[in-house]
Design a protein around this ligand. Sequence first.
Ligand code: 6SD
Length: 273
Amino acid sequence: MRLDVITIFPDYLAPLRLSLIGRAVQDGLVDLRVHDLRMWTTDRHRTVDDTPYGGGPGMLMRPEPWGAAFDDVLGPGDAGTADPPARVVVPTPGGRPFTQAMAAELATEPWLVFACARYEGLDQRVLDEAAGRASLDEVSLGDYVVNGGEVAVLVIVEAVARLFPGVIGNAGSLVEESHADGLLEGPGWTKPSMWRGHAVPDVLLSGDHARIARWRRDQALRRTAARRPDLVARLEPDRLDRQDRSLLAELGWVVDPGGTLSRLADAPPPVAD
Ligand code: 6SD
């Protein structure tokens, strides 16, 4: 997979060369290319920003350096090149929410190009230009504002690249983790079995794998109901077994006539877990 990142702070992306993703870059599984947007400026001050038309506070990113950067990074993008089609990802608080499903989808792409905004964001024509020559995704990490796209790119690349075959040593951990099946993962314990008076739950020491799997599923359902009722409401009832349904009913969740899970108005309040 090829990953290009265009930013005015290339050093910000240094963590992508550490740990598991760093190993994948070193091993050539991920072809990571970080570009300094100022390379494509032409003035003495290497200017990338200017005041917004119509007035208002702050500065926007000028289109010219971005246009030149896209010309060089994306190339002509026609049938005359051997390059696969690129997908351009622009982090912005106004984008579509980034989810595990989006990470899984992006992980199937051969080439992602990330454009990191700063200041008050990009001139709209930068986005229009990108959309005209590649498929464009404006993506939000969540409903809060940070100072630029770089930190979002760190998150997105880590979430995407770890799904790439060979990046994570233990592929089984991808199947059982939070969000893999629409549920939060339950708590975990390691040795010692007793620590500062806190014991590991007996069931985990029982060696009864079916009972352990069921108990873990119950823990995941309880935690999800307590912390993320929005995720419970999105579960597909057809993918729940009898024990799932009975536990959820205990927590006040029933399958309504429309076939979706909803919480009974008189259900007991969710309990913290
Ligand atoms: C100015 C940016 C780029 C500013 C952002 C994205 C999310 N989810 N919060 N904040 C953001 C991205 C903010 O460039």
